[in-house]
Design a binder for this molecule. Structure first.
Ligand code: PLP
Length: 399
């Protein structure tokens, strides 16, 4: 029999350290390994699978589009992209949209847009724009993006880096405002930090950033790649504080777990800094991606997945908090975005993830100390109860 773990070890770049489970099939919240053992997926591919694995509506849209046309390039117009852009823009309340593929690409696109806006609209001198970001951020893995990571490993060995970024402490609006000067074109922030360990800023932070951006004539850009599209109990995380950013970046669940689809949303006054030839992507906005993007949004809307995330997420985190476990330092949650931080004296969170895996639950540690529970939003109360039983057992065993 093929040993898939060895195959990856031998032929793959070793830039990940996966749990030793080989997944061969998935449906809804469940995945099966090559031996047919069933697991509850409580990671949902870092929120790329909010709609569940192989959602029938999304698969049907993909199959239908496969039978028509898949890639056209932007040299021509296709009959899917415009509908997708309209749907995304209207849903979030923006005038225009720029389609890309991965999250990192969308963040790069937003950075380019902000800089060009800084020069052309705000009047910042050539090559002088700066952008304020936050400590403990995660926005992707390109050279420019890791430039402003505060995680040493993400940068180590990858220099030289891109100038023009300033790092403010996450959650402190006053400290962020103090870094703004006349050359600041934008603020780039995750409304809740996902990779950073499910870090929720103080109440009022997003609203304060909105006011700071307006007062200082800089663009507020929210990276909602992980926390947008229903995850936190609202379609968009900024809705919790009615703090609509000037630029909204979406990816992950926009592709419904089927295809990489990302987008940058803004009003025309900002988006229009891009003129033909300024920026592009061969696959961005291809008809396959657009058809899947439309279906992915339809599922979120029609199945009221943000509302489900709110009610069932709150139920799940309440139940988690009731489990007696001296190893738990803190449980942080917003909707179906839940982080359980383990006290360092009880070892790494990975130990817990491995024990959960043995009992049929897949999740992944983030930042060594935190177990992240972010199941597909189609998960049912019964499935959550099933998980809670096993989580309780593991907490008992490892404490
Ligand atoms: C995953 C993620 C990204 C990067 O997306 P990729 O598709 O992996 O490039 C950027 N920002 C946030 C907040 C993310 O969670």
């Amino acid at each position: 029999m093929v040993n898939y773990l060895d195959l990856e070890k031998k032929y793959g770049a070793q830039n990940y350290k996966p749990l030793p489970v080989v997944i061969a099939k998935g449906e809804g919240c469940w995945v099966w390994d090559t031996e047919g053992k069933k697991y509850l997926d409580m990671l949902a591919s870092y929120s790329a699978v909010n709609q569940g694995h192989r959602h029938p509506t999304i698969i049907a849209a993909a199959m239908d589009q496969l039978g028509k046309i898949t890639v056209t390039s932007r040299a021509f117009v296709n009959d899917q992209m415009g509908r997708f852009l309209k749907k995304s823009a209207e849903l979030a309340g923006y005038e225009q949209a720029l389609p890309m593929n991965t999250g990192a690409e969308a963040v790069e696109s937003a950075i380019k847009m902000a800089r060009k806006w800084g020069e052309k609209v705000k009047g910042i001198a050539k090559d002088q724009c700066n952008i304020i970001v936050c400590s403990n951020n995660f926005h992707g893995r390109t050279i420019t993006i890791v430039t402003f990571s505060t995680e040493a490993q993400y940068r180590e060995g990858f220099g030289p880096f891109t100038p023009g970024f300033r790092v403010a402490p996450f959650g402190n609006a006053e400290a962020l405002e103090a870094l703004i000067d006349e050359n600041t074109c934008a603020i780039l922030v995750e409304p809740i930090q996902g990779e950073g360990g499910v870090i929720i800023p103080p109440q009022g932070y997003l609203k304060a950033l909105r006011e700071i951006a307006t007062r200082n004539h800089v663009l507020l850009m929210f990276d909602e790649i992980q926390v947008g599209l229903g995850r936190t109990g609202k379609m968009f995380c900024f809705e919790h504080e009615n703090a609509k950013p000037d630029v909204l970046i979406l990816a992950k669940a926009l592709g419904g777990g089927v295809y990489p689809v990302s987008i940058v949303l803004a009003d025309r006054a900002i988006m229009s800094v891009f003129t033909p030839g300024d920026h592009g992507s061969t696959f961005g906005g291809n008809p396959m991606a657009a058809a899947i993007g439309i279906a992915s949004l339809d599922v979120l809307i029609n199945e009221k997945l943000p509302e489900r995330a709110e009610t069932l997420g709150n139920y799940f985190s309440e139940q988690l908090r009731k489990i007696p476990c001296p190893a738990v330092k803190e449980i942080r949650s917003k909707g179906m975005m839940i982080g359980v931080e383990i006290k360092p004296e009880f070892g790494n969170a990975r130990r817990f993830c491995e024990a959960l895996m043995d009992r049929g639950i897949l999740c992944k540690e983030t930042h060594i100390t935190t177990i992240r529970f972010t199941p597909p939003l189609v998960i049912t109360k019964e499935e959550l109860d099933w998980a809670l039983e096993r989580i309780t057992e593991v907490f008992k065993e490892l404490c």
